[in-house]
Every structure is written in structure tokens, then in C-alpha cells.
Design a protein around this ligand. Structure first.
Ligand code: GUN
Ligand code: ZN
Length: 434
């Protein structure tokens, strides 16, 4: 068992920060270390104490004065949309029909999917994101390409082939039965292989017939441990169109509820325009609303009430995500910068501790995976990022005026991007692409 001792300043969350001075919510070590072996964290904490636990043969890397954190987690991305990012459209439905659906048709070609998969993993690891929850295209082969690349890189990824059987080009349609069968095949091939996990992935109610929803329900019933991901209440026109397709449902959330799709493992992308009844239904079921700030601003979808929805009498669990390619940045710093600005517009404060909590432990908790990722706790997987808050001339200049950890975090969030990420460790192995 070869050990690696990774030295630097450490920051890892223990709980959701309640306020900006909530020092109990995190662990910070100004001279710390993480000891890793066989892909896991063996020990973390003050350098001297961790060093004392390392074997004599352990190799050591010194990242001081940089900050070591758990790898970032992105809870909603679209693998086939890397060449959709930055497409000029008035709104969600125009964007989907004009750019996104035609682009996703290209993933019928295995070679194309494999090429984009290489780019996907390079790009996410460059950003310090070590876990993503991804929609592949409707084609099973796109998910095969994604999972094969993930297995090669040793990453913990959650993904599924989208199921969609109407309201899209012919080349993007499956059937209720083929969507079911191919998802089952993916589960058999990939779930638990390496660190891969398969998610049941009906795209959204607009592109799934009631028959497909029934088959989705069957999958959710047969595989209750799997994540389910879909979209909910992103855009007003989308909500209206959806209501016309499911006239018996009380509201958008009720459509998914009728097919048994609410629950602790369900991730609802966007969920911006929820009624109180819908927010209660998400809360009661433990479902997660996934906030995608750069996408919501770019597509003009709306302002997600991140703080308010967590403060309700019945709080809704939340995660944060880039939503590539509706989102405009792969960076979790940029994502939280825009999340911050949305809260500003809503008259709310999102403090830097909360932002970094969401990017790490918060998203791990939203995925029910906090025993594996999102912290520097011994026994968890050694996915780490190393951050340099002086990475650019503008940042280095501002750093001269920074005196606290909170200020440093906020600077990286506000001015930072992939240049801040000095190194990304995947299961204890340095993996940031050059
Ligand atoms: N709703 C259904 N599909 C999509 C998608 O690909 N991106 C976004 N932002 N919303 C969606
Ligand atoms: Zn999405």
C-alpha cells in the first residue's frame, strides 16, 4: 500500500454553516495534511499529527501556501452539450429546439461520443470538479462512452441515458420499452463498476409520454437505490406546455409524484417557479431542487430562491450545478458567483462559507453520498482540489488586501476560475490535465 502525504492548508465542512462566523461548521488547518492510500483518505488534520501516522515510505507533496479542499461536486450537467454552450437563444424551448436537440443527435455516433467524453473529463478535472451528475444523450452508446471514460479516470460519476419519446427530433426518440431496457442494460454494465453510478433519467415531462413515465416508475421501483434526475419548473412557457400535456395533474410536481418519482434520491433540475404546494411536496418527500444559476440567468429562466426555500417551515433540500450547456461556465466558482448575485437581487445574502459548503459537503449530502465524497474525513474517497487564491495578476493584487479565510474564499468565488485550481486529485492520484 503506497501512501501519499499531501501537505497544505486544509478546509473541509462538517455541517451547513448557519452564519458567516459559524466556525463550528468547518475544519480549517493552516498547516495541515491529508494522508491517502488506495484511493482513500487515511488521515487528515494538523500536519505534525498526520505525518506521525504516515509510514516511513510515504511520499510527500507540499502544496503550501495553497488551500486543499474536497473535490467539487456538480449536481446537474449535460454531457452532450459541450458544443451547445454559449448558443444565442431567447428562452429555454427555443434553445432546446434550435441548438440542443440537433447537437444531441450527433451522439448516435460512438466515435463522437468518445471524443466528447475525453473533453468532458479533461474539462471537469481542470475545474476541480471530481464528481458530476450527468445527462447523456438518448443513445445508450453515449452513456457507454461516458462511463468507460469515467472508469478509465477512476472518477465517481453519476449518469444516465435520457429517456425521451416525444416532442423532439426522430433521431432523439426512444420508446417506453427501449428506454426501460437500455437503462437496465446500463445498470448491469456500469452501476458499481469502478465508482460509476447509474441514474434513472427521464428528461422532463414534455418529452416523456405517460407510457414512458410508467416504465420509468417501474425502473424506480425495481432499483430504489438509484438516483433519479429530471427537470422541473424551469421556464413559464415550459410549465404551461407541460400542464397541457398532463391535464389531470394538479401541477408540474404532481406529474412526477403520480409516477412515484419523488424521493430522497430524486434530483429536480432548476425547480425555480414552484408553488407552496409543490415546495411542500418536495420537502415531504426529501427530493432535491438543483440550482443552476449561470443557466437560469443565461436562458432568462428566473431567480431561484435558494435561501428562502431552505428557510421554509418545510425546507427543501438543495444542490448546486453548472447545467452545462445551458449554463455558461464549467467552474463551480463562477457558478457560486452567479448564485450569490441572484440572492443579491432577491434581497438575500449568500455567505462564502455557504457557497463552499454547497460545492462540497452540501452537494454530497444532496446526493446522499457524504459518507464517500465531499469532505476530508478519514475513510472517504481521496478526491481533492488544491486552490491558489493568487492565481491571476488581478487576484494576486487583491490578495494583498485579504486578511481572513472568508475574504480569500470570496475572492476565489468572485474572480476565480480553472486557473485557481493548482491540482485535482482523483482517488489520491494527481489528475489535473495540463
Ligand atoms: N429541460 C429539458 N432538457 C433540458 C436541457 O437540456 N437543459 C435545460 N436547461 N433544461 C432542460
Ligand atoms: Zn438540465
Amino acid at each position: 500500500m503506497s501512501e501519499l502525504l499531501i501537505r497544505g492548508r486544509l478546509l473541509s465542512f462538517k455541517a451547513a454553516p448557519q452564519h458567516i462566523a459559524d466556525t463550528d461548521s468547518y475544519l480549517y488547518e493552516s498547516d495541515g495534511a491529508v494522508l491517502v492510500a488506495d484511493g482513500l483518505i487515511i488521515a487528515s488534520g494538523a500536519y505534525d499529527q498526520v505525518k506521525a501516522q504516515a509510514s516511513e515510505t510515504a511520499s510527500e507533496i507540499d502544496h503550501r501556501p495553497h488551500l486543499i479542499m474536497p473535490g467539487f461536486i456538480d449536481c446537474h450537467v449535460h454531457f452532450p452539450q459541450m458544443q451547445v454552450i454559449g448558443s444565442y437563444a431567447a428562452n429555454l424551448l427555443e434553445w432546446l429546439n434550435t441548438y440542443t436537440f440537433p447537437e444531441e443527435c450527433r451522439f448516435v455516433e460512438t466515435a463522437h461520443a468518445q471524443r466528447i467524453a475525453t473533453h468532458f473529463f479533461d474539462q471537469f478535472l481542470r475545474q476541480g470538479t471530481t464528481t458530476a451528475v450527468a445527462y447523456c444523450s438518448v443513445h445508450k452508446t453515449s452513456a457507454d462512452a461516458f462511463f468507460a471514460e469515467s472508469a478509465r479516470r477512476g472518477t465517481r460519476m453519476i449518469a444516465g441515458k435520457v429517456m425521451m419519446d416525444r416532442n423532439a427530433p426522430q433521431g432523439l426518440l426512444d420508446t417506453p420499452q427501449s428506454g426501460y431496457d437500455e437503462t437496465r442494460e446500463l445498470i448491469e454494465s456500469w452501476h458499481g463498476r469502478g465508482r460509476n453510478m447509474v441514474a434513472i433519467t427521464p428528461r422532463f415531462a414534455i418529452t416523456s409520454t405517460p407510457e414512458q413515465m410508467e416504465r420509468t416508475q417501474a425502473l424506480a421501483y425495481e432499483f430504489p437505490d438509484l438516483h433519479i434526475q429530471t427537470h422541473l419548473s424551469e421556464n413559464r412557457e415550459e410549465i404551461e406546455f407541460t400542464a397541457s400535456l398532463y391535464p389531470d395533474a394538479i401541477d408540474y410536481t404532481d406529474i412526477y409524484a403520480r409516477y412515484g418519482l419523488l424521493g430522497k434520491k430524486t434530483l429536480f433540475g432548476h425547480a425555480i417557479h414552484l408553488s407552496d404546494r409543490e415546495a411542500d411536496a418536495l420537502s415531504d418527500s426529501g427530493s432535491v431542487a438543483v440550482h443552476c444559476p449561470t443557466s437560469n440567468l443565461f436562458l432568462g429562466s428566473g431567480l431561484f430562491p435558494l435561501k428562502a426555500i431552505q428557510r421554509r417551515k418545510k425546507p427543501v433540500r438543495v444542490a448546486v450545478a453548472t447545467d452545462i450547456g445551458g449554463g455558461t461556465s464549467y467552474s463551480m466558482f463562477k457558478t457560486m458567483d452567479e448564485a450569490y448575485k441572484i440572492q443579491q437581487l432577491l434581497g438575500e445574502r449568500l455567505n462564502p462559507l455557504e457557497s463552499y459548503y454547497h460545492m462540497t459537503l452540501g452537494n454530497a449530502e444532496a446526493l446522499s453520498l457524504a459518507d464517500k465524497i465531499g469532505t476530508l474525513e478519514p475513510g472517504t474517497e481521496a478526491d481533492l482540489v488544491v486552490l491558489n487564491a493568487s492565481a491571476t495578476p488581478a487576484m494576486a493584487l487583491k490578495m494583498e488586501a485579504v486578511t481572513t479565510l472568508i475574504e480569500e474564499l470570496f475572492l476565489m468565488q468572485t474572480l476565480g476560475d480553472d486557473r485557481v485550481v493548482v491540482e485535482t486529485y482523483v482517488a489520491g492520484v494527481a489528475s489535473k490535465p495540463q
